[in-house]
Design a protein around this ligand. Structure first.
Ligand code: HPA
Length: 284
């Protein structure tokens, strides 16, 4: 495990590399909001006025995703006039990366100046009233099945040793997203996201357990990013695309293909909801 100073140095170096790779005239581009694109939102780049696309592999020390359908790059640009950075592709704990690796890009985006972090993902619905294709505003989370990304010496340059997590998902941002969904006439559920390690989907017994513990949606990302983001001072919000009902709630076996197909099917609505929400959040 790296020492806190090494962890910090790695983030600083990556942020410096990004600055070097930004085009002339944009070297001091300061994103206001950072957006992590989950399944179905991979094409979100076409919604913004792009200033630069920087592949992760060109950035010193950045982890590069191995998952099918996950591109790996930062996209810098303007969304409704507001400066934003998008992560097209994220790395997952189940790929074998350490939690330090998994949350590194979040920390880099904070160093680049972003104040808001908008998390998106595809998730399995554990609430039996959910349907595939629903959207769920994340109100809170459970991540006790994966290690905290803050384990190890505290990186004091980023935040405090024992950060408060009483409101990971910012109330004001949640209100903005709910109001935006209402304006767009897009139904929006609410609930608790639970991160499991994956890559296997859960068993029916594990889904029942997660449900008893208070989970409404199950996934393999996001919660660890949210904890690292709160630690370093981001204001955080997130939406899950319910790509399938969790195992045991339907007869059909789960597949990555089903997840991808549902996410792709509702992508236009998801894109509209996220885009308009970002525009409103950036006015705050
Ligand atoms: N479980 C865990 N992660 C997921 C699921 C699921 O059912 N669907 C999409 N990501």
């Amino acid at each position: 495990m790296n020492t806190p100073d090494k962890v910090y140095e790695r983030i600083v170096k990556a942020a410096e590399a990004v600055r070097r790779l930004l085009p002339d005239g944009q070297k001091d581009f300061k994103p206001k909001l950072a957006l992590i694109l989950g399944s179905g939102l991979g094409g979100f780049g076409s919604e913004i006025d792009i200033v630069a696309e920087i592949p992760y592999r060109d950035i010193e020390g950045m982890p590069v995703s191995t998952v099918e359908g996950h591109k790996g790059q930062f996209i810098f640009g303007y969304c409704g006039g507001a400066p934003v950075v998008l992560m097209q592709g994220r790395v997952h704990y189940y790929e074998g990366y350490s939690m330090e690796d998994v949350v590194m890009p979040v920390r880099v985006m904070r160093l680049l100046g972003a104040d808001f972090l908008f998390l998106t993902n595809a998730a399995g619905g554990a609430d039996p009233t959910f349907s595939a294709g629903d959207f769920m505003l994340i109100t809170d989370q459970i991540m006790n099945f994966v290690p905290s990304p803050l384990i190890g010496g505290n990186v004091r340059q980023l935040g405090t040793r024992f950060p408060d997590m009483s409101e990971i998902y910012d109330k004001q941002l949640r209100n903005v997203i709910s109001e935006t969904a209402e304006k767009l006439d897009i139904p929006l559920k609410q609930g608790v996201y639970c991160q499991l390690t994956g890559p296997n989907f859960e068993t029916p017994a594990e889904v029942r357990m997660a449900r008893i513990l208070g989970a409404d949606a199950l996934g393999m990302s996001t919660a660890c990013e949210a904890v690292a983001a709160r630690h370093c001072g981001f204001r955080v919000c997130g939406i899950s695309c319910i790509s399938n009902l969790a195992c045991g709630l339907t007869e059909t076996p789960l597949s990555h293909r089903e997840v991808q197909e549902t996410a792709d099917r509702v992508a236009p609505l998801f894109t509209a909801l996220v885009k308009r929400s970002i525009e409103e959040i950036c006015k705050l």
